[in-house]
Design a protein around this ligand. Structure first.
Ligand code: NAG
Ligand code: NAG
Ligand code: NAG
Ligand code: NAG
Ligand code: NAG
Ligand code: NAG
Ligand code: NAG
Ligand code: NAG
Ligand code: NAG
Ligand code: NAG
Length: 849
C-alpha cells in the first residue's frame, strides 16, 4: 500500500505527509468492521442490532455510553449483567427474547437514563431487578404482554420521568403504591391497553402525592365506565382520551365520571377516521362543567342541525381551545368565554359566518385557522374590536381581496402574521396601522404589488419577512425600504429585474439571515452585500453562479453559514480558502460541477482537509477532467499532480521542508541567483517604509505588448475597483539601469507578479530572467502571489518545465486566456479575485463566533 512504497521520492513524500492521517483513520475503521458491532462514535456509541449475539461482545469498551443490543437472543439477564459498562446512559434491549430478568440485572448502571425493554415477554422478573438505576428517566416497556401496573417493580426508579407501557394488556388503572416514590414522573402512557372500567380506588395514590406535572394517556383503550368521584381531588397536567369511547352515550357518562378533576389540558375525540366522527348532540359535554381545565382539544367532532348549540357551554372557562378534524357548521350561539385567549381550528371542512363569530371573540390573543382548505376562498371578516397578537391563516387556499391594513385584519396589536400557503393576496393598502408587526410570512402565496412599489414603509419594527415562492418579480431597488429592524429575509424562488439585486439590500444593516436560493442568479454584484456586516447566514443554493468572487463576500464580517450548493462553481479560488476556513462554521458547496484537474490542486487539497466545515461532502463530485467524472472530490487522487511534470531537484525538496527547499533552490541556481538575492535583501530594508504602490508587476514579452495594452491594462486599470499595474516600459524611471528598476519599481512596490506566458515569452531569455527573479522574490517576501496567464497554445513540454517548478509554490494562480466570451468573463473575475488577495478579504478579522 501507500506505506510500503520504497521509493520515497520528493513528490511521494509530500503525498505521504498529506495522506498519512487519512490512512490511519481508515485502518481503524476496517478493524471496526470485522466485528459484530458498528462503532458509531469511538468508545461512546455502539450498534449491535440483529447480530445473533447471545452475550455482549467482548470488544465493547467499558467506556461505552450508548449500546444497542436489539434483536439479539440474550434470553436471560443475570445479576450485574452490564456491570462492566458503568458509563452506560442508553441501553436498547428491544426484542431480545428475554424471558427472565433476575434481581440486580442492571446493577452498577448508575448513569443509565434510558432503558428500552420493548417486545420482551417476561416469564419471571425479580422484585429488585431495577435496583440501582438511580438516574433512569425513561423506561420503555412497550408490547411486553404486561397485565397490570403491578407487573413492573418500578419503586426503585426514583428519577423516572416517563413510563411508556403502550400496547400491553393492562386491564386496570390501579396505580400501585410504588408511585409514591416516583416524584418526578411526567408521563404515564397506557395507549392501546385494555382498561375498560375505572373505579374510585384506582387513583387513591394520586390523591396523596403531588403529581401536577403528570400526563396520563388512555387513548385507544375501550373505556366503558368511569365511576363518578374517581378523579375528585386529583390534579394532573394532561389527560388524553382519544378513541376511548365507543359511542356518544358512553362518552357522556364517562365525562361525568371526570367530575372534580383539575387538569391543564384535556384531549378527547377520535382519530382521523372520518367515519368515526363524533356527532355532536346536546348535553354531550355537560360533564365538563364539573372539570377544571385550561386547554381543551376536541378531535373529530361534527355537528347536526340544532337550534340551541350547547357544544361550548361547559368550555366557557377555557383559556385555550383547539378544534381538530372537525366540521362545525351550524354553530349558532357563542357562549361568553371568560378568558379564551387561544383558538385553533385545524382541518375543518367549512368555515362560515358562525365560525367567524368565534374567531372574532374579543379576548383572543392568538388565532390559528389552518388547513381548512375545502371551502374557504376568502378571508373571514374581522370586525375591528379584536386584539390579536398573532394571526395564522396558513394552508387555506384563501383569496385575500383586500389586504393588509388594520381595517382588513382588525387588530392594531398584531405582531405575528402568517398568511403563507394560500392562493392570492391582493394588496390594497400597504400594512397601514400595523406598526407593531414583528413577523410577516407569505411564502407560497401569490402576492401583488410587492416588488413594484415600496410597500413596507410602515413596518419599521419588522424582524422577520418571508416572501419565498410568492411569485414576486422585483422591479425596484426600494422594495425593502423602511424595514429598519429586519433580521431575517427569505426571498427564495422569486426573480429580479436586471441587476436590481445589487442595490436591494441597502440599509438592511441588522440583517442576520438572508435566503436568496433558487432565484436564477448568474452572478452577484460586488456591492450587493456591502451593508450586511451583521449577516450570519446566507443561502444562495440552486442558482447558476459560475464563479465564487471573494470580493462579494468580503463585507460579510459576521458570516458563519454559507450555502452555495447546486450552483455551477468549478472550484473556490485559492485566495478565498483561508478566510472561509477562519470565518465559517458551515459551508455547503455540494452539487457543483467541480474541476478536479491539477490546476486546482490547492483547492482539492483544502477540501480534503475540511471535513468538519464542508457539509454534504458525499455530494461533492468531480465533473472534469473526464477521467474523474463523478468521482467524489474527497477521493480524487491528487498524487498524479506530482508526477505529471518533470521534477526538478527543487521540486523534490519542496515537499519535504521549505527551508531545505530554499537552500537547495539557492544552491541549485547559485551562479545566477546569488547576485539578485543580495541585491534584493538590500532593497528590502527600504521597501518596508513605503506602501505597495502597485497591485501587480507585469512580466511579459514585448511581442505580447498589444494584448497587454488592449486587454489587460484596459480591463484592470479601467475596471471597478481599478488596479494599478506596473509595466516596465511605462513605469520604470528613465536613466536608471533596468536591473535596479525591476527590483526597485517592479518587485518591491508590487503585491503580485503577473506573468504572461506565450511562445514569445518562452523564447525570450529576458523573460526567463524576470520570471526566475519573481520566484526568488516570492520566497523572500513570503506573502506575495504569482499569477500565471497562459495566452495561447504554447509548447506544453517547455511550459511544464517552467511550471513544474511553479506548481510547488504557495498562493499561485494559473489562468488560461480563451477566445470564448463566457470563458473570458470567468477569466477576468478570477484575475480580479487573485489581485484582491492581500487586500481587504485577507486581512479581515472575525469579530464574534
Ligand atoms: C445463531 O447462533 C446460534 C449459536 O449461538 C446458531 O445455532 C444459529 O444457527 C445462529 N442463527 C443464525 C440465523 O445465524
Ligand atoms: C400474555 O400473558 C397472558 C397471561 O397474562 C398469557 O396467557 C399469554 O400467553 C401471554 N401471551 C404471550 C404472547 O406471551
Ligand atoms: C421507595 O424507595 C425507597 C428508597 O428510597 C425504597 O427503600 C422503597 O422500597 C421504595 N418503595 C417501593 C414501593 O419500591
Ligand atoms: C380485554 O379485557 C377483556 C376482559 O376485561 C377480555 O375479554 C378481552 O379479551 C381483553 N382484550 C384483549 C385484547 O386482551
Ligand atoms: C413541575 O414542573 C415544573 C417545571 O418543569 C417544576 O418547576 C415543578 O417543580 C414540577 N412540579 C412537581 C410537583 O414536580
Ligand atoms: C353504546 O355502546 C355500549 C357498549 O358497546 C352499548 O351497550 C350501548 O347500547 C351503546 N349505546 C348506544 C346509544 O349505541
Ligand atoms: C367558570 O368559573 C367560575 C368561577 O371562576 C364558576 O363559577 C363557573 O361555574 C365556571 N363555569 C364553568 C362552565 O365551569
Ligand atoms: C407560517 O406557517 C407555516 C406553515 O405552517 C410555517 O411553516 C412557518 O414557519 C410559519 N411562519 C412563521 C414565521 O412562524
Ligand atoms: C438608506 O438610508 C439613508 C439614510 O438613512 C437614506 O437616505 C437612503 O435613501 C436609504 N436608502 C434606501 C435604499 O433605503
Ligand atoms: C472514497 O473515500 C471514502 C473515505 O474517504 C471511502 O469510504 C470510499 O469507499 C471511497 N469511495 C471510492 C469510490 O473510492
Amino acid at each position: 500500500m501507500l506505506l510500503s512504497s520504497q521509493k520515497m521520492a520528493g513528490s511521494d513524500a509530500l503525498f505521504f505527509l498529506l495522506s498519512s492521517m487519512t490512512v490511519l483513520s481508515w485502518s481503524l475503521l476496517v478493524t471496526g468492521n470485522q466485528r459484530w458491532c458498528s462503532e458509531i462514535i469511538v468508545n461512546i456509541k455502539y450498534q449491535c442490532m440483529d447480530q445473533n449475539l447471545s452475550s455482549i461482545p467482548t470488544e465493547i469498551p467499558s467506556t461505552v455510553q450508548q449500546l444497542d443490543l436489539s434483536f439479539n437472543p440474550l434470553l436471560r439477564l443475570t445479576p450485574k449483567y452490564f456491570a462492566k459498562f458503568p458509563s452506560l446512559q442508553v441501553l436498547d434491549l428491544t426484542r431480545c427474547s428475554i424471558d427472565i430478568m433476575e434481581d440486580d440485572s442492571f446493577g452498577g448502571l448508575r448513569k443509565l437514563t434510558v432503558l428500552i425493554l420493548t417486545g420482551n415477554t417476561l416469564r419471571h422478573l425479580g422484585d429488585r431487578v431495577f435496583c440501582g438505576l438511580l438516574s433512569l428517566q425513561k423506561l420503555l416497556a412497550v408490547n411486553m404482554n404486561l397485565s397490570s401496573l403491578y407487573d413492573l417493580p418500578i419503586g426503585h426508579l426514583l428519577s423516572l420521568q416517563e413510563l411508556n407501557l403502550r400496547s400491553n394488556n393492562i386491564k386496570s388503572l390501579k396505580i400501585p403504591e410504588s408511585f409514591y416514590n416516583l416524584t418526578s414522573l411526567q408521563v404515564l402512557d397506557l395507549h392501546g391497553n385494555n382498561v375498560s372500567d375505572i373505579v374510585i380506588e384506582d387513583l387513591n395514590v394520586l390523591t396523596e402525592v403531588n403529581m401536577c406535572n403528570l400526563t396520563i394517556i388512555l387513548s385507544n383503550n375501550i373505556i366503558n365506565h368511569i365511576e363518578p368521584g374517581t378523579f375528585k381531588g386529583i390534579h394532573i397536567h394532561k389527560l388524553s382520551l382519544r378513541n376511548s369511547f365507543q359511542n356518544n352515550s358512553i362518552m357522556r357518562t364517562c365525562l361525568h365520571g371526570l367530575e372534580g378533576l383539575q387538569v391543564n389540558k384535556l384531549e378527547f375525540g377520535s382519530y382521523h377516521d372520518i367515519n368515526s366522527k363524533i356527532k355532536f348532540e346536546d348535553g354531550l359535554l355537560d360533564g365538563l362543567c364539573q372539570v377544571e381545565f385550561q386547554e381543551v382539544i376536541l378531535i373529530c367532532f361534527s355537528d347536526i342541525f340544532i337550534e340551541k348549540h350547547t357544544l361550548f357551554d361547559c368550555l366557557s372557562n377555557a383559556s385555550s381551545i383547539r378544534i381538530v378534524n372537525s366540521d362545525l357548521v351550524k354553530l349558532r350561539a357563542i357562549p361568553k368565554f371568560a378568558r379564551l385567549s387561544y383558538l385553533e381550528i385545524k382541518n375543518c371542512l367549512t368555515m362560515d359566518e358562525s365560525m367567524t363569530k368565534l374567531v372574532n371573540w374579543h379576548t383572543l390573543k392568538t388565532v390559528k385557522v389552518t388547513k381548512c382548505s375545502k371551502t374557504i376562498i376568502s378571508i373571514p371578516k374581522f370586525y375591528g374590536q379584536v386584539q390579536y397578537v398573532s394571526l395564522d391563516l396558513t394552508h387555506n387556499q384563501m383569496i385575500f381581496k383586500e389586504c393588509c391594513s388594520i381595517n382588513d385584519l382588525g387588530s392594531s396589536y398584531l405582531m405575528y402574521l402568517n398568511l403563507s400557503f394560500n392562493s392570492l393576496i391582493t394588496i390594497t393598502s400597504d400594512f397601514e396601522g400595523l406598526h407593531e408587526l414583528l413577523s410577516l410570512d407569505v411564502q407560497y402565496t401569490k402576492i401583488t404589488r410587492i416588488g413594484m412599489v415600496p410597500t413596507f414603509l410602515t413596518l419599521g419594527k419588522l424582524l422577520y419577512l418571508d416572501l419565498s415562492n410568492s411569485r414576486t418579480h422585483f422591479f425596484i431597488q426600494c422594495a425593502f425600504c423602511g424595514l429598519k429592524s429586519l433580521e431575517v429575509l427569505k426571498i427564495s424562488g422569486n426573480s429580479f429585474e436586471g441587476n436590481i439585486l445589487s442595490q436591494m439590500f441597502k440599509n438592511l444593516t441588522h440583517l442576520k439571515v438572508l435566503d436568496i436560493s433558487n432565484c436564477k442568479l448568474e452572478g452577484m454584484s460586488s456591492s450587493a452585500f456591502a451593508d450586511l456586516t451583521e449577516l450570519q447566514e446566507i443561502r444562495i443554493s440552486h442558482n447558476k453562479l459560475m464563479e465564487f468572487e471573494p470580493m462579494v463576500y468580503a463585507p460579510l464580517l459576521s458570516l458563519s453559514i454559507l450555502d452555495l450548493s447546486y450552483n455551477q462553481l468549478p472550484f473556490l479560488p485559492e485566495n478565498a480558502l483561508e478566510s472561509l476556513t477562519r470565518l465559517l462554521i458551515h459551508l455547503d458547496i455540494s452539487q457543483n460541477p467541480f474541476d478536479c484537474s491539477c490546476t486546482h490542486l490547492s483547492f482539492l487539497q483544502w477540501t480534503q482537509k475540511q471535513k468538519r466545515l464542508l457539509q454534504n461532502i458525499q455530494s461533492m463530485t468531480c465533473s472534469s477532467p473526464s477521467h474523474f467524472n463523478s468521482v467524489k472530490v474527497m477521493n480524487a487522487t491528487i498524487s498524479s499532480c506530482y508526477t505529471t511534470f518533470n521534477l526538478t531537484p527543487l521540486a523534490v525538496s519542496v515537499g519535504v521542508l521549505l527551508p531545505v527547499a530554499l537552500t537547495a533552490f539557492l544552491v541549485y541556481k547559485c551562479y545566477a541567483q546569488h547576485y539578485y538575492r543580495l541585491v534584493l535583501s538590500r532593497f528590502c530594508i527600504d521597501s518596508t517604509e513605503e506602501e505597495d504602490k502597485y497591485d501587480a508587476f507585469v512580466i511579459f514579452s514585448s511581442k505580447d505588448e498589444e494584448w497587454v495594452m488592449t486587454e489587460l491594462v484596459e480591463k484592470l486599470e479601467g475596471g471597478l475597483p481599478p488596479f494599478r499595474l506596473c509595466l516596465h516600459f511605462r513605469d520604470f524611471t528613465p536613466g536608471v539601469s533596468i536591473a535596479s528598476n525591476i527590483i526597485q519599481e517592479g518587485f518591491l512596490k508590487s503585491r503580485n507578479a503577473i506573468v504572461i506566458i506565450s511562445d514569445h515569452f518562452m523564447e525570450s531569455r529576458w523573460c526567463g530572467f524576470e520570471f526566475e527573479l519573481a520566484l526568488s522574490w516570492q520566497f523572500l517576501e513570503g506573502n506575495a502571489s504569482i499569477i500565471v496567464i497562459v495566452l495561447e497554445k504554447v509548447n506544453k513540454s517547455q511550459l511544464r518545465q517552467m511550471l513544474g517548478l511553479h506548481k510547488y509554490l504557495r498562493r499561485n494562480t494559473y489562468l488560461e486566456w480563451k477566445k470564448n466570451k463566457l470563458d473570458q468573463h470567468i477569466f477576468w473575475t478570477r484575475l480580479r479575485n487573485a489581485l484582491m488577495d492581500g487586500r481587504s478579504w485577507n486581512t479581515r478579522r472575525r469579530e464574534s463566533s
